[in-house]
Unconditional design. Sequence first.
Length: 334
Amino acid sequence: MSYYTNGKYYTHGKLMISGEYTVLRGAKALAIPTYGYGQNLEVIDTKTPYHLWESYEAYDDISGRWFQAKFSLDLQEIIETDNVEIAKNVQTALQFIQAKRKCLFEVPKQFTSLIDYDRKWGIGSSAGFLVNLQKWSGISAFVLNDEVFKKGSGYDIAVGLEDKPIIYWLDFDVEEGMVVTPRISYYQKSPQITWIEATPFINYSDEVWFVYRNKKQSTSEEIDNFKDIPTSDEIIDEITQITLDMEKAKDLKTFNKLIDRHETIMSNLLQRPSLKQSLFPDFEGSIKSLGAWGGDFFMATGSREKVKDYFSKKGYNTMFSSYDLFLNLVEINS
């Protein structure tokens, strides 16, 4: 791949199927790109006396610009913006790139980002931002994440870069007796990836569903809350084994058992009731929270008719089967 050039870049979204929270402590996680949805970035030269960043969203009836910022040519000043917090994150990323690749900013730049899904879904808008910047600049998205957001396992970055289903984990180079905290620099932890050749649950892809919970959960806040929760080697090892077994599960019955066990472990660890216990106790299939518990997408298993009918009646109208999202790219709405 060539860097140091203007152009257009694209990164798919992602979903973490297993290993949420515990991936921060070394557990293996199963993660999959959302081939139907992602984020574009176009970089061009301009003649303006500033650098410009504009972000757009285009999905169904949602369309238009949702963020804009103008930066001084030395990137030291935010001249104008409609969201200071986001502008500071963009500024930090661009400043870091400028320090490493000064030639990229010899003339003013216009950056135009387009997300082709509802950005409230939580399927990787921040990771897509960083991965697209790596594709443009050649600066590692993992390093950029450490500079800008300073949190997270980096699995979403890995999915964006690999663009295929992966098993992801962190290797910690820790001497005996050292205390490992969830917040360790990417210079001190090594992201590890195993590619998955066959798409998981392909044999029953029309019975594994992803349902949007109609609200976004703050991953950053959840990571902060998790840092004080102790985990044992036994828990990390069991979540890792569930992840490996999920990848190879040949039938829905086996997959459901793994979902249920994963939910039980995480419910006990987080001291929260599982999603099925709290909201959907009468649902006939299995349900698993994905990512930060409390929002974004969750996974439910069952036939198209049963899943669509059950959740639509409860007001959850955005749902995708595994087949729809990863293979056929057809959205299912009631």
